[in-house]
Write a protein that binds this ligand. Structure first.
Ligand code: COA
Length: 324
């Protein structure tokens, strides 16, 4: 018995920004970016491609694959940290956009790990409410939260959305287990302010605005260690050997992080799905976009054991096992 993914979908904004385009904005080079990150291009939202709109597009694609309509959905959980408003939630805008009138909707913010955390919420909800259907979406327009003058960060991120439809089924497929973590003590290694406070008593002294700020080297080190630990602990607690994994979809942050993780775990490279070169780091959207692409490219067969893992600001991180 498990919570099964009935359909996947994704939506990438049309506009492609190459490393050569970035060379015109900041002092950098295609060679530097590719060698340090593996990223060649990323997508950037234009008019009509707001966070909730690309989320709704991804959701429609996932619903089509699942042969369902918005009317069938009972709950919408959106993982994001780049909604165009703080309130209402992005999920409420997605609900409106889809016309999913009977669904209730809320956001999860666990930065780049958001999709895994939201998937866990959907999984646990459906284990109680067995006859319902849930949309879980990761969506970001980090282009709106990027300091385009900061070469340390503007080369890394991209926009996009991915979605899955979940249902509880009486068989041995679906989410096997998840292993999620946070460590708020490390918040200041990767963070983003909101707008300055209207209450002077709560105003932060040095608020540069809603931009991503990062200690890249520290983030790199923690990301590898944290994801490796989450995966190893999950495999141990589920008594599953690494060799049993058929496909691994890690958060697409950076090819060097991924290569290091893969070599430390000792998983075969051919089992690891990678698309970071095309889209950069799309934060909460990265795992569901990769999942949708992997599915469409024939990486996943029924019964396969899928490992997903992620890391992000907070710090937040985790891993999940899914029997496809
Ligand atoms: N183009 C050219 N040079 C750049 C540059 C860019 N875009 N960004 C930084 N540099 C320079 C630095 O200024 C520094 O120059 P200096 O030696 O003269 O001071 C040099 O390159 C090395 O910088 P450093 O920060 O040490 O590079 P790095 O090898 O650590 O790579 C990152 C930087 C950001 C690519 C790397 O730290 C990283 O991938 N971190 C993880 C980021 C991440 O994935 N975050 C999200 C996690 S969810």
């Amino acid at each position: 018995m498990g919570v099964v993914i009935l359909g996947t979908g994704s939506c990438l904004p049309e506009k492609i920004i190459s490393n050569h385009d970035l060379e015109k904005r900041v002092e950098t080079s295609d060679e530097w970016i590719v060698s340090r990150t593996g990223i060649s291009t990323r997508r950037i939202s234009g008019k009509g491609e707001e966070t909730y709109k690309i989320a709704a597009s991804a959701a429609r694609n996932a619903l089509d694959v699942a042969e369902l309509t918005a009317d069938d959905i009972d709950l919408i959980i959106v993982a994001t940290m780049s909604s165009h408003m703080l309130m209402p939630s992005c999920a409420c805008f997605v609900q409106k956009e889809l016309g999913a009138d009977k669904a209730f909707a809320y956001d999860v913010n666990a930065a780049c790990s958001g999709f895994l955390f939201a998937l866990d919420c959907g999984d646990k909800y459906l284990r109680v409410e067995n006859n319902k259907k849930v949309l879980v979406i990761g969506t970001e327009t980090l282009s709106s939260r990027t300091n385009w003058q900061d070469r340390n960060t503007c080369i890394l991120f991209g926009d996009g959305a991915g979605a899955v439809v979940l249902e509880y089924q009486d068989n041995n497929r679906g989410v096997v287990a998840s292993n999620l973590f946070s460590d708020g003590r490390l918040w200041n290694l990767l963070y983003m302010h909101t707008a300055p406070s209207c209450n002077p008593a709560l105003a932060e002294e040095d608020n540069p605005g809603a931009h991503i700020l990062m200690e890249g080297k520290e983030v790199f080190k923690y990301a590898v260690k944290a994801m490796e630990g989450a995966v190893r602990d999950l495999l141990t607690s589920e008594q599953i050997e690494l060799e049993a994994i058929d496909v691994m979809i890690p958060h697409q942050a950076n090819i060097r992080i991924l290569n290091k993780l893969v070599s430390r775990l000792g998983i075969e490279q051919e089992k690891v799905f990678i698309n970071v070169h095309k889209y950069g780091n799309t934060s909460a959207a990265s795992v569901p976009i990769a999942l949708d692409e992997a599915k469409r490219e024939g990486w996943l067969k029924r019964g396969d054991l899928l490992l997903v893992c992620s890391f992000g600001g907070g710090f937040t991180w985790g891993a999940s096992l899914i029997r496809w």
